[in-house]
Design a protein around this ligand. Structure first.
Ligand code: NOJ
Length: 783
């Protein structure tokens, strides 16, 4: 691949400099500006007269080619996510052909490129610098799915705040996050990158992330512009296969899939990324209804839209026409910036001459991109995000690692704990077994940006740190993730760095069994390799891969207590594991501090409080399985001989673990919910109170969940929908009364004419510890 000198310099510098900073971070200065992200956003909007005047003046000086150049986003760096890396970067910058770059970071590399752009172009327009900062930048937090399971919005927001502190100190000002795609199909590898299956929780997470990244002032040197993605419905691809088609009713789209994107827009997100998939026959990247009528028209979004990687070019494979045709379609649809594909750059001049797009179309897109740069303060100071001293003082500060440890622990979900196997004693012998027991590479998960896995804490190290010398560890790997050579090659081709033990599966299992026989308890760290989740990592079988189940079965036969520690990026099918484990803890890929955080939970320094945000099916054939489904005309009521019901012959309709599920070392009791009224009018707010008591032996936290059912509607309505949650701390023996407000908005939905309505009638309200185990009450809305 041909690269020019400047690009080569940036690459070389990034590699060298990133390494140094990772190995020897200096933590000397406190960062400069403290944001209070909860405060209302005060970014300039398109209506800001000062910004409009500035951009009018700038655009009056720009040639058509320079305007088209702003629409072009190049990949310049050492990490690519698609088939193309931009070429001739310096030549293109010099010609004014580049609006922004991504994958370049470190203050020195970014400054070098920015200087080049500013000093070598006629109008000295600065570049915007983007990157996939998904769950942390240098300090890596749990994968987004494992953040969402904390149900702790302050924690989620603070992870994004820290990511923004680090990214902005590292030359970046634009992050491709949050990903808010609702996902109900765990075969899809990217379920790891979102907040799960629920629109209400997903919306709360979307808001928290946007606030965390953008803070109160986008022009501050420690905030970055967020980019909500993938607009839209990327998580609903048929059969869980990545990039696949989406065909969805408008009623489902508006009620179940669109709310988190809308929440990000309402929270002031600065940019939106188009998705790869088609929607009811029109790919998102060419979808005018989506990008213009809905996003800008109805939702009032005034930021800019960037495509996903080469998504305009891919419109050709979708069957929409040749390159010029799809370029015109994308611009006309409302796309502003072309990621890597260079279709706009190549074809817009000719398309304008032919009258297929207008200069006004280009002006609109160019203005939005310039506005983003203005909001980021780049015209005032193009080097705002390239302060080396700030980078040295900021990246991977001890307090960031500490926050990562706490947040990771909050997202872990205790799936089973028979006879109080957990917490473990800080004494005796532990047989620590499994491909993830000593592993560092996989701890930081997929899409771990500029994170360095060598800085990650393994489970073994975490146990030593937390339990100290009184615990003896006997280790055996027990199994590889997979012995399938093709899978290994594929994972390694994309940074998997799989450490494959060449011994036979039997030899490895035998060794593990021998280790287990010497121990008081087995801790089996099993799951997926990080590359088995994320982009282009769909799986048709979502059980533990390779010989890991065989390993667990052999370990079980030793009769020793079996604690399964799961690390994975999607719901797995775990029926045998559920029946046979003494305890099971879902830890996801927990980030830089994974090992410490897991050990904190295993040894009871932290009492687990995470709750699932995705349903875990019993078997893959139940997928899609989600809690907020509709009823059918023939719901199954439990009689096994009742044939003509909506059910399977070979498995029940129940999940293995329902949405919202997660145990604690203590226990909680719930009284019946009390309502402030049993009938309200359509503009009234209802109060629902519930008394929750900690009935166990530990202090603990509980996520109190509130669901609503609209019993009768003009269209079929879900059996229940999450409409509130509160994460509370209760001391051993303590009782608290928790109150929720159900507002008229919580009872509204989009009807088949896409009107957002509250239909008077009967409602049910459910309160409980998960979506299945609830207590209910009823009320009416009367006009
Ligand atoms: C493709 C992915 O779908 C998207 O999430 C990511 O932000 C871009 N590549 C850029 O890396």
């Amino acid at each position: 691949m041909k690269r020019t000198i400047l690009t080569a310099f940036v690459l070389a510098y990034c590699l060298a400099s990133c390494q140094t900073q990772k190995e020897a971070p200096e933590q000397t200065q406190a960062q400069t500006q403290n944001q209070t992200p909860q405060q209302a956003q005060q970014q300039p909007t398109s209506a800001d007269p000062e910004m409009t005047r500035f951009i009018d003046e700038l655009m009056s000086k720009m040639t058509l080619d320079e305007k088209i150049g702003q629409l072009n986003l190049l990949a310049v760096g050492f990490d690519v996510t698609g088939p193309v890396v931009s070429q001739n970067v310096d030549e293109n910058i010099r010609k004014g052909n580049v609006g922004g770059v991504f994958n370049t970071y470190t203050p020195v590399a970014a400054r070098k490129l920015q200087e080049f752009a500013v000093n070598n172009t006629r109008l000295k327009i600065p570049l915007i610098f983007g990157y996939d900062v998904i769950h942390g930048h240098r300090t890596i937090f749990p994968i987004p799915l494992g953040l969402s399971t904390s149900w702790d919005m302050a924690a989620v927001e603070s992870s994004a705040r820290i990511a923004a502190e680090e990214a902005s100190a590292d030359g970046l000002n634009w992050v491709y996050s949050p990903m808010v795609d609702i996902a109900r199909d765990p075969r899809w590898g990217r379920i790891a990158e979102g907040a799960g299956e629920d629109p209400y929780l997903g919306s709360e997470v979307a808001k928290a992330m946007v606030h965390g990244y953008q803070g109160q002032d986008l022009a501050a040197s420690n905030t970055v512009m967020a980019c909500v993605k993938h607009f839209a419905l990327y998580g609903a691809g048929e059969a869980g296969r990545d990039y696949n088609s989406v065909d969805m009713s408008l009623n489902r789209m508006f009620n179940e899939y669109l709310p988190p994107y809308k929440a990000a827009i309402d929270a002031g997100v600065g940019s939106v990324m188009s998705s790869f998939n088609d929607i009811n026959g029109v790919p998102a990247t060419a979808n005018k209804w989506l990008m213009t009528d809905l996003l800008r028209g109805k939702w009032g979004f005034d930021g800019f839209v960037v495509t996903d990687y080469t998504a305009i070019n891919e419109l050709m494979a979708h069957g929409l026409g040749d390159e010029a045709t799809v370029g015109a379609l994308a611009l006309k649809a409302g796309i502003d910036m072309d990621m890597v594909g260079e279709v706009f750059l190549k074809h817009l001049p000719q398309l304008i001459q032919e009258g297929k797009v207008t200069e006004e179309d280009v002006n609109k897109a160019c203005r939005r991109i310039l506005e983003a740069k203005y909001k980021l303060g780049l015209f005032e100071d193009p080097y705002r995000y390239t302060d080396e001293n700030r980078a040295k003082a900021t990246l991977m500060k001890p307090e960031y690692r500490q926050a990562a440890r706490q947040i990771a622990a909050k997202g872990m979900v205790l799936l089973k704990n028979e006879k109080q196997t957990l917490p473990l004693k800080k004494s005796g012998t532990i047989a620590l077994i499994g491909p993830l027991a000593k592993n560092q590479r996989d701890m930081i998960g997929n899409w771990s940006g500029a994170g360095d896995w060598k800085q990650a804490v393994s489970l073994e190290q975490g146990i030593r740190n937390v339990a100290g010398n009184n615990v003896k560890i006997v280790y055996a790997k027990g199994a590889n993730f997979t012995d399938d050579q093709q899978m290994i090659a594929r994972l390694n081709a994309h940074g998997g760095e799989l450490d494959i033990d060449k011994r036979s599966a039997t030899a490895m299992i035998d060794e593990a069994v021998k280790a287990a026989q010497k121990a008081d308890v087995i801790v089996a760290a099993v799951g997926e390799s990080q590359g088995m989740t994320g982009e282009a990592a769909s799986r048709s079988d979502i059980g533990l891969p390779g010989q890991q189940l065989a390993l667990l079965k052999a370990l079980k036969k030793t009769g020793k207590p079996l604690v399964i520690v799961l690390m994975n990026g999607r719901p797995l099918t775990l029926t045998w594991e559920d029946q046979n484990a003494s305890a099971m803890l879902e830890t996801w890929f927990a980030g830089t501090e994974a090992g410490n955080a897991i050990a904190d939970v295993l040894f009871g320094n932290y009492n687990p409080s995470g709750k699932l945000t995705t349903t875990f099916p019993q078997v893959v054939g139940q997928i899609p399985l989600f809690y907020n489904h509709k009823s059918t005309g023939r719901p199954f009521a439990g009689d096994p001989l009742d044939k003509y019901k909506s059910r399977y012959m070979d498995v029940s309709n129940d999940p293995l673990y329902p949405f919202g599920y997660g145990l604690s070392y203590t226990s909680f009791s719930y009284a019946a919910p009390q309502l402030s009224k049993t009938a309200i009018n359509p503009s009234e707010t209802l109060q629902v109170s519930v008394v929750v008591r900690n009935t166990g032996n530990y202090d603990g936290e509980e996520v109190v969940q509130l669901y609503v059912q609209d019993v009768v509607g003009s269209i079929t309505r879900p059996v229940k929908e999450l409409k509130g949650f509160q994460k509370i701390a209760l001391k051993k023996g303590e009782t608290k009364t928790i109150t929720f407000n159900i507002s008229p908005d919580d009872l509204k939905f989009y009807n088949n004419d896409l009107e957002y309505v509250l239909e008077p009638g009967d409602f049910k309200v459910f309160v409980g510890t998960n979506s299945r185990d609830v207590k209910e009450a009823a009320f009416k809305v009367v006009e």
